[in-house]
Design a protein around this ligand. Structure first.
Ligand code: PHE
Length: 342
């Protein structure tokens, strides 16, 4: 028995010396100090020993046990104990979800619209937000004295050009891209321009001073309102993912003739009448028309050979109708509980 204990001691000590991490400690602890461990077995065997031998062996076994315990405490201090707060990782616990970012809802909507127009063979264009009076107004058949300048509350830039005139504005619409696109690409042309625009507006649930628009422009030799109607129906049906109808009534914009206001059958009630469409079954969606000959001319395109249609509308408005958002200010609120829904 004494020999056995001696061997056991040697075995434990060599194992303890070879310990490299906290998991080794656990193993050794279980093997020798555990309820069914080697030392427990020794204590069990004691009972069957002759009385005079029993005492000495018991003492030796206790000594060994104390020695092993001390050593294990020492090692635990060195390697740390298996305890969560000390860095132990329970790989069976459900993981902590890492918050990933995602695209802003307006970016998602812009991408959706771009996809729809790309599929119809349109180019995607951009234009400057800081724009000359010429491209924002003049070239669009809105001369300096034109009352239509008051239709859009403009942010003028407080800086004169060489001729002593104030001629820079924050673009009031994406229509500034129309003549730029004609100059660059000529006719025939199919393009949409999406981007940020600025208006000196009082802010409320449906008005912002800075918002987004999508502009469409299609020029070719035989373009009529039927082409406009077809493209708009495709855009709305694609965007709202359901078949919609449109209707047109006269509207005034200096850069189109005829000018139109386009309405879409209400996507909430499918035209039956609800609070969104004020019981009419129709919602006003955008301004459009056939490009005015003066605008084609400004873009270097012969109005006797080519015609075109143009339309423009607010992207927030399209998004609000799609997702049932009732306050335009939410888009720029930075409110994560709003943004995380998209
Ligand atoms: N630019 C107009 C607006 O901002 C919309 C529009 C674009 C109307 C093109 C007709 C043609 O209100």
């Amino acid at each position: 028995m004494k020999n056995k204990l001696q061997n056991l001691k040697q075995e434990v000590l060599s194992q303890l010396a070879g310990i490299a991490d906290i998991f080794d400690i656990e193993k050794v602890e279980k093997k020798y100090l555990g309820k069914k461990g080697e030392l427990a077995a020794v204590f069990k065997e004691l009972k069957s020993l002759p009385e005079k031998e029993k005492k000495a062996v018991a003492q030796q076994a206790q000594q060994l046990r104390d020695e092993v315990m001390d050593k294990i405490v020492e090692l635990k201090n060195k390697f740390g104990s298996i305890d969560e707060k000390d860095g132990f990782i329970d790989v069976t616990l459900p993981g902590v979800k890492i918050e990933g970012g995602h695209l802003h809802p307006l970016t998602q909507v812009q991408r959706d619209l771009e996809r729809i127009f790309l599929s119809m063979g349109f180019k995607i264009l951009e234009g400057p937000e800081l724009e000359s009076d010429y491209y924002n107004f003049e070239a669009l058949n809105i001369p300096k004295t034109h009352p239509a300048r008051d239709m859009q509350d403009t942010f003028f830039i407080d800086q004169k050009n060489k001729a002593g005139e104030y001629d820079l504005v924050m673009r009031t619409h994406t229509s500034n891209v129309q003549v730029r696109a004609m100059e660059k690409y000529g006719a025939p042309l199919r393009a949409v321009a999406l981007g940020k625009i600025y208006r000196n507006e009082n802010i409320d649930a449906s008005h912002e001073h800075t918002f987004y628009q999508i502009e469409g422009l299609m020029i070719d030799e035989r373009i009529s309102l039927a082409n406009l109607a077809g493209v708009l129906k495709e855009m709305f049906s694609g965007f709202y993912q359901k078949e919609v109808n449109i209707r047109m009534r006269p509207g005034y914009f200096p850069f189109v003739e005829p000018g139109l206001e386009v309405e879409m059958s209400c996507v909430f009630c499918n035209g039956r009448g609800c609070s969104v469409c004020k019981k009419t079954g129709w919602v006003e969606m955008l301004g459009a028309g056939l490009v005015h000959p003066n605008v084609l001319r400004a873009g270097g395109i012969d109005p006797d050979k080519f015609q075109g249609f143009a339309f423009g509308t607010g992207i927030e408005r399209l998004a609000m109708l799609k997702y049932g958002i009732d306050d335009i200010r939410l888009f720029n609120s930075g409110d994560m509980s709003f943004l995380n829904q998209f």
